[in-house]
Design a protein. Structure first.
Ligand SMILES: *[C@@H]1O[C@H](CO)[C@@H](O)[C@H](O)[C@H]1NC(C)=O
Ligand SMILES: *[C@@H]1O[C@H](CO)[C@@H](O)[C@H](O)[C@H]1NC(C)=O
Ligand SMILES: *[C@@H]1O[C@H](CO)[C@@H](O)[C@H](O)[C@H]1NC(C)=O
Ligand SMILES: *[C@@H]1O[C@H](CO)[C@@H](O)[C@H](O)[C@H]1NC(C)=O
Ligand SMILES: *[C@@H]1O[C@H](CO)[C@@H](O)[C@H](O)[C@H]1NC(C)=O
Ligand SMILES: *[C@@H]1O[C@H](CO)[C@@H](O)[C@H](O)[C@H]1NC(C)=O
Ligand SMILES: *[C@@H]1O[C@H](CO)[C@@H](O)[C@H](O)[C@H]1NC(C)=O
Ligand SMILES: *[C@@H]1O[C@H](CO)[C@@H](O)[C@H](O)[C@H]1NC(C)=O
Ligand SMILES: *[C@@H]1O[C@H](CO)[C@@H](O)[C@H](O)[C@H]1NC(C)=O
Length: 767
């Protein structure tokens, strides 16, 4: 591959030009806003006139949002435009840190300038990324099997073959796991560890007395994050790990056809992916990767956040070959996959004297990645930001992950930008479209940006709306969100027609509620946010209300690990256009939901957060904790009564605040701003600046991924982590002090949230 760093000077020039132009264009609006807030209420009419000459939308400080704009946005989202954008975006590979990364950042930046947005920026970050060697076949990543004479009996393919002409492009990165340790290791033993989870190793030890120390292991993808598989293999002493996509987890038994005939994974399809266990640039934890940043020694991260052993991914065609060389007993039913072969535990290879070798030449290299931003400046509250984001970097063509989301985001920004340019509309608050770099390596672009601008964002951001993979099916919406955005998400989905005409239900909401109701069947189910995409640093570092959306397949019918072509070379435009969403109606619905949700948050006089959703969710989480295994462990040493009490107190204050909010004098912009500021600050109150135990950058005490599965949404992550296998552990007494301290910090966070909702001069309780 032909990488080079683009010049930073170029951006500085660009940004200055951009800044100048936009300053001129908006100085009038800015002045109007300044004057408006500075003078008496009776003079609004004068300001309206002034602003009308600059910008058509009536600039009035107490104006409710215009419902016609909601309809305009929903009606103007165009499926054919999304299709065109996706074809462009996924025509060539666009891996983070390559020329294509910069090229696409520049293209989307220019698109925003051309489609009526006010400002566009590119921010580069110099970060640690990881690349396989693609120039020398004698060192390229490969698995070998040697016979007793040390002759090569078999070797793995270097590339996935071309199955459809559209994949015939240069710069396709061969299958690899980012941040794998380089190495050249040989073993006479290969062991199968099922999904490579803690329970799988425990099962091997206690039922088969199998010890993987010093051996190469092979695990199937699925159930937990691949980084956890590598970390656990290391912890159990393995010298290397091979990851494969099993047909049972990535195809559908009754359908023998695979890509390019169907969306099911072909035998050569290989899941690339990172094995970094942190977020952001590995070298600058907690701080932005600017040129003055302190960078930690890479070696100090190995074995914990970065792997210390080689890891390599393969498809099920190669896995079948490898399994055929394995010895050992047959595995039980629950460990069997979908390859037509006898799955064995392994041990010495079947033939005496044979050996397996993994050769990995992947290197960690510092490179520049780019975030791009497009801004629509708010008319009344330009200092309040509604953020929409999607990453841009892909392992290969990325037509699903992430370009389906990028194509939809481009369409939402085009429609909004054109309304602004036509002077039909300007949102009350600022809207910022964010195109992140290097998400695939570990949420790097978004995390560095959050770290760099955390003071601005923590003061001013209203919400972050993430769509990474827009569409993996046409069955139903899969929505994750923090509590305050539930209401607005439901409202948006009620306005959007169900794209799947074969299903009952007129709106996305109807269909969503029918397919995936919540526990009491009153609303669609919204899952809490764990990690796995760019919302994570917004939620965890400063408590920003956030949403993550995908339109998905029937997950009860298809018990698969993820959509089948995930991170393989076969995520092509062809696959989306012909197999996944012909006609792009599902992509269109995603644009309508995303656009309407953003409009509502940016344009409503009162931010459409329903605080009652927060108390409902919190009380549910506390009950859930109490009845969980973590709760049971905690109750052996402490009472959870005060936690219940703090949650009840919160609910009371929430109800009082809600009444106050309903009765706010909307004619008074200061009253409106005061209520909005309390809404804005509520989720922030649940963050602990010190972070949850051992995770200084995970500060939200309620929401973060569980530390044993980065993909799972998890509540009270600090309690789950700190009580994990605590009883009988060597430093048990010390560990209980950590649990108690964190428990007290959680209660304090809830009390802080409670006082943040009180009347502003009565934030101290009456005694
Ligand atoms: C690939 O390996 C060859 C041979 O060891 C080396 O000369 C070359 O610099 C490597 N390329 C990269 C990009 O690491
Ligand atoms: C890929 O494209 C090249 C050049 O156009 C052509 O020679 C080759 O046959 C193509 N390969 C496949 C598998 O289609
Ligand atoms: C890797 O190990 C094999 C077998 O142990 C050895 O023949 C080969 O030279 C080694 N290759 C490298 C690049 O170190
Ligand atoms: C050992 O196998 C039995 C039967 O499959 C299972 O019930 C038991 O949980 C296993 N032991 C462990 C420690 O997993
Ligand atoms: C596994 O084997 C290694 C080295 O052979 C040994 O040090 C370790 O104690 C063993 N672990 C168990 C659980 O038996
Ligand atoms: C599985 O393999 C066996 C033996 O190779 C063969 O007879 C059988 O037809 C295969 N089954 C399927 C479903 O392909
Ligand atoms: C929805 O997807 C299924 C399965 O991929 C497909 O058979 C069906 O035609 C699709 N329906 C619509 C309305 O797109
Ligand atoms: C907490 O759980 C325990 C054990 O299930 C139960 O006895 C107790 O009533 C629960 N507390 C509350 C307040 O629900
Ligand atoms: C709940 O509120 C009451 C009344 O204000 C107060 O006395 C009590 O300390 C609060 N409990 C907690 C755990 O915050």
């Amino acid at each position: 591959m032909d990488f080079h760093d683009s010049s930073q000077v170029f951006f500085e020039k660009k940004n200055k030009a951009t800044a100048r132009r936009s300053f001129a264009a908006f100085s009038v609006v800015t002045m109007a806003v300044g004057i408006g807030l500075g003078i008496l209420i009776g003079r609004y009419a004068i300001c309206d006139e002034k602003s009308n000459s600059e910008d058509s939308g009536q600039l009035s400080y107490n104006k409710e949002a215009d419902p016609r704009i909601s309809e305009e946005i929903i009606n103007q989202i165009d499926a054919e435009k999304i299709r065109e954008y996706l074809r462009d975006l996924s025509e060539f590979p666009h891996l983070a840190g390559t020329d294509a990364d910069y090229k696409q950042a520049k293209e989307i930046h220019d698109f925003w300038k051309n489609e009526g947005l006010d400002e566009a920026f590119i921010t580069p970050y110099d970060v640690l990324l990881s690349y396989p060697n693609t120039t020398d076949p004698n060192v390229m990543n490969r698995i070998f099997v040697y016979n007793e004479n040390d002759d090569i009996e078999w070797e793995s393919a270097l590339y996935e073959p071309i199955l459809h002409p559209s994949e015939n492009k240069s710069n396709v990165v061969p299958p690899f796991n980012a941040f794998s340790a380089p190495g050249n290791i040989t073993s006479s033993e290969l062991m199968y560890v099922n999904y490579g989870r803690v329970e799988d190793y425990q099962w091997l030890v206690s039922n088969k007395s199998i010890n993987v120390t010093g051996k190469i292991v092979i695990a199937r993808y699925g159930k937990i994050f691949r980084g956890d598989k590598v970390r656990l293999a290391t912890r159990y002493g393995a010298s290397g790990i091979i990851l494969f996509s099993d047909p049972k987890d990535y195809t559908y038994g009754v359908d023998p056809k695979v890509y390019p005939d169907t969306w099911w994974l072909p035998e050569s399809g290989t899941q690339r992916g990172t094995t970094f266990m942190g977020k952001g640039d590995p070298l600058t934890p907690g701080y932005p990767s600017t040129d003055t940043a302190y960078r930690v020694d890479e070696e100090s991260l190995k074995g914990d956040l970065l792997p210390s052993i080689p890891v390599h991914p393969i498809g099920y065609g190669l896995a079948e070959k490898l399994i055929s060389y394995m010895g050992g007993d047959e595995v039980p039913e629950s460990w069997r996959g979908g390859i037509n072969i006898t799955y064995k535990f392994g041990g010495p290879l079947k033939n005496a004297g044979w050996k397996i070798r993994i050769r990995i030449s992947t290197r960690n290299i510092r490179r520049t990645t780019y975030n791009a931003f497009g801004v629509i400046r708010g008319s009344v509250e330009p200092d309040r930001y509604v953020l929409l984001g999607n990453h841009r970097d892909a392992w290969v063509f990325g037509a699903i992950d992430p370009s389906s989301g990028t194509a939809v985001m481009k369409e939402v920004s085009r429609v909004m930008g054109n309304l602004v340019r036509a002077k039909k509309w300007r949102p009350r608050r600022t809207i910022i479209f964010c195109s992140w770099g290097a998400e695939e390596n570990g949420l790097i672009g978004s995390t560095e940006w959050v770290e760099q601008y955390i003071k601005n964002l923590a003061e001013r951001a209203v919400a972050y709306l993430n769509v990474d993979i827009a569409v993996t099916g046409n069955y139903t919406l899969d929505g994750g969100a923090t509590p305050l955005v539930h209401h607005a998400l439901y409202e948006a989905t009620k306005k959007v027609p169900n794209p799947n005409t074969a299903q009952a239900g007129r709106s996305v909401y109807d269909n969503w509620k029918m397919t995936t109701p919540n526990e009491d069947k009153t609303q669609p189910k919204i899952s809490p946010l764990g990690s796995g995409s760019d919302f994570a640093s917004f939620v965890q570092q400063f408590g920003l209300p956030s949403v993550d959306l995908t339109y998905t397949y029937d997950e009860d019918k298809y018990k698969i690990g993820s959509y089948p072509l995930y991170h393989s070379k076969y995520e092509t435009f062809y696959a989306v256009d012909k197999l996944l969403d012909p006609g792009f109606q599902t992509h269109k619905a995603m644009g309508q939901i995303w656009g309407e949700l953003a409009r509502n948050l940016a344009d409503s006089l009162i931010i459409p957060f329903d605080v009652r959703d927060y108390s409902r969710v919190l009380e549910g989480l506390v009950r859930q904790l109490n009845s969980s295994e973590t709760g049971a462990i905690m109750r052996t040493k402490m009472s959870l009564d005060k936690l219940f009490e703090a949650a009840r107190n919160f609910t009371k204050e929430v109800d009082a605040f809600y009444t106050m909010q309903m009765n706010v004098r909307k004619s008074n912009p200061y009253d409106v701003r005061k209520i909005n500021d309390q809404l804005l600050q509520l989720d922030r109150a649940f963050t602990d600046p010190a972070g949850i135990p051992n995770r200084p950058q995970a500060r939200h005490v309620l929401f973060a991924e569980s530390s044993v599965n980065v993909y799972a949404g998890s509540s009270f992550p600090g309690l789950i982590d700190s009580t994990f296998e605590i009883s009988g552990s060597p430093n048990e007494a010390q560990r209980w002090e950590v649990v108690k301290k964190h428990y007290s910090a959680i209660i304090f966070a809830i009390q802080s949230a409670t006082s943040s909702l009180r009347d502003v001069t009565k934030f101290m309780p009456v005694t």
